[in-house]
Ligand binder design. Sequence first.
Ligand code: SF4
Length: 330
Amino acid sequence: MTWLDCPRRYRMSYLDRPPPPKGPPWAHNSFGASVHNALAGWWRLPLRERTAQAAGDLLDRGWLTDGFPDVAASELNRARARQMVQDYVAGLDPAAEPVGVERVVATRTERIAVSGRIDRLDDRPAADGGAELVVVDYKTGRHALTVDDARTSMALALYALAAGRVLRRACHRVELHHLPASRVLAWEHTSASLERQLRRAEDIAAECAKADGRHKDGLPADRYDEAFPPRPGSWCGWCDYRARCPEGMAAAEPRRPWDGLAAVDGAASLPGTPLPGTPLPETPLPRVRPEPPAPEPPPSAASEPGPGGSASRLAIRSCTDGGQASSFSP
Ligand code: SF4
């Protein structure tokens, strides 16, 4: 992730040329991308082929192996991911066609242009007897999630806003579907709370664009930190640029590429069982016609699939001062 997490990381990710070398690929990104791809592929199958077995087969065929320490670990996690997607789709109604799968939505204000890809956009009955759009975001990380993660996610709010505008439909509900815990964390926005997130995004984009402008105007490298200060913390262990960042190296030990994987032999992390210490789940994963951190804050970019995968990504571009796109993980 970028600006909000750490401006220095943002600079190294988007502005430095040539781009600095990144660390090795993360196994949890491979895991997450494989799951996302399988779920997206499942909805693209003909209705009669949307079975749990088919989801597992899609997972097997598209399994990504980057970051795993060896074949055995990769295979163990592939089996776990297969079970996860099979359990998940078994709770879905295959006939409940989503409005979109990995659907790109975009909107703009006078100050910013927003675009992003939503994992799934559902069409559900609404409380008033009509219908509403629901933004669904798949999560595969090992960290427990709470309703607050759904409530405070700027990306989810902007997806809802953009989807509502693009499709000219009501869209206020956002949901994180946390597959490892078999839980849905949902939040019902109001029009006012969506607008608040949009204003917040505008402010952040303006701040980011201002720093971009200084970089473009030739800010010397020895003054980069004035515009792009480091934000060191325990998350630095997951940062792709830790090896090039003295503050990050001092803040956290390096993580191994496979350290972000859930323990595969722990019953607590298997589907359907809340993770240890997880606040009691708000909503079990839906088995209805769909209608379907933890001690250490997870690094947003490292905890879910990266750009090569199929996780949803949000880009915000400043319209007024030509700023670079800034991306946020939901
Ligand atoms: S190691 Fe930490 S402080 Fe350094 S760039 Fe990465 S996130 Fe920022």
